[in-house]
Design a protein around this ligand. Structure first.
Ligand code: TYM
Length: 346
């Protein structure tokens, strides 16, 4: 074996014998962070760092898949990183970094595009939704799940905490990893999705059949992570419900109320049954939910303001994070390149 090779395939099983499981997840720096990101993703991220080796990434390359403004992307990248920390990601325990600072992501994505079939990408619900009715679509919107697979696989990830909307992408990542390992030899750890027990799919408060999202939901239907208490309270108070007046969890027939009940369960840790049996009217449920959300989000908003006041510290943390991430990503990429048949430089 040439002496410049960074690894030998015989070393590979070491990645399977880690005592602590590895976690990876990411958020796009587009639009504003909202309650869906917080309850569906961030809260799991924060809980997982107690137990696991966590990597959390601002996936800026993904934000190039739709129309974007360069200056805004730079600004949102910093803001999103501050959002992670404000939500409770601890840089002493978790590795926080920006995707484009670790070039291996884009490079492994090419190998993934050469592993995943066109037909598989065509079936992605998110691609169908985001491309529907558009006359011009970037090629990267279509190949995006290959980049997402590369994000995850680069870190020998065991668990990926995400909201329900990302489940299909994780399934594709698993299929791609299994296929690659089968064809080219054991290379990747096969990851699994971890979904929040409640609020894995937070719905728009005004259009409860649509999920709350950065781009598509209505301003009144979206609680932003940095909304002041009055705005949170007002949005919850005006949330669309129904007219039958019965407090019952039934997402099909009562999507608006059921969304509020799920939010309450997620934010307070109480069970759905406990919540439905303690209210007989919508008004008090809404009032208590607003109060619980304000109590959860207010400290996040305050920490965010402090973090944005110290951009040098934030830049330092991101630089440190990228260095650590690159140390792992470079090894996995080298392994994958060798396995697929690319000649290592001599
Ligand atoms: P993104 O940026 O759209 O969302 C970030 C995280 O928030 C979750 N989420 C929600 N959860 C519950 N209810 C909602 N209404 C809601 N809206 C968003 C998402 O499921 C996600 O967990 N492709 C990903 C980013 C990504 C990624 C990765 C994630 C890129 N590479 C690797 C995990 C691992 C995305 O666009 O998420």
């Amino acid at each position: 074996m040439g002496k410049r090779r960074a690894f030998s395939r015989a070393e590979l099983p070491a990645t399977y014998h880690r005592s602590v499981a590895r976690v990876f997840s990411g958020v796009q720096p587009s639009g504003s962070l909202h309650l869906g990101n917080y309850l569906g993703a961030f809260r799991q991220w924060v809980a997982m760092q107690e137990e696991f080796d966590c990597f959390y990434c601002v996936v800026d390359l993904h934000s190039l898949t739709v129309e974007h403004d360069p200056a805004e992307l730079r600004r949102k990248t910093i803001e999103t990183a501050a959002g992670f920390l404000a939500a409770g990601v601890d840089p002493e325990r978790s590795t926080l970094f920006v995707q484009s600072h670790v070039h291996e992501h884009a490079e492994l994505a090419w190998l993934m595009e050469s592993t995943i079939a066109f037909g598989e990408l065509s079936r992605m619900i998110q691609f169908k939704e985001k491309s529907a009715g558009k006359s011009s679509i970037r090629a990267s919107l279509f190949t995006y799940p290959a980049l997402m697979a590369s994000d995850i696989l680069l870190y020998d990830t065991d668990r990926v905490p995400v909201g329900e909307d990302q489940r299909q992408h994780i399934e594709l990542t698993r299929d791609a990893a299994i296929r690659f390992n089968g064809r080219y030899g054991e290379t990747f750890v096969v990851p699994e999705a971890v979904l929040a027990r409640h609020a894995a799919r937070v719905m728009d408060l005004q259009q409860p059949s649509n999920k709350m999202s950065k781009s598509e939901s209505s301003p009144q239907g979206t609680i932003e992570l940095l909304d002041p208490p009055e705005a949170v309270t007002q949005k919850v108070r005006r949330a669309v419900t129904d007219t039958d007046g019965e407090v019952r969890y039934d997402p099909k027939r009562k999507p608006g109320l059921s969304n509020l009940i799920e939010l309450m369960a997620s934010v307070t840790g109480r069970s759905i049954e406990e919540i439905t049996s303690s209210y007989s009217q919508y008004g008090p449920l809404k009032a208590d939910l607003a109060e619980a959300l304000v109590a959860a989000l207010d400290p996040v908003r305050q920490r965010y303001a402090a973090l944005m006041g110290d951009p040098d510290e934030l830049a330092f943390l991101l630089e440190q994070g990228a260095e650590k991430a690159a140390g792992i990503a470079s090894k996995t990429l080298a392994r994958a390149k060798e396995a697929i048949g690319l000649l290592p430089p001599s």
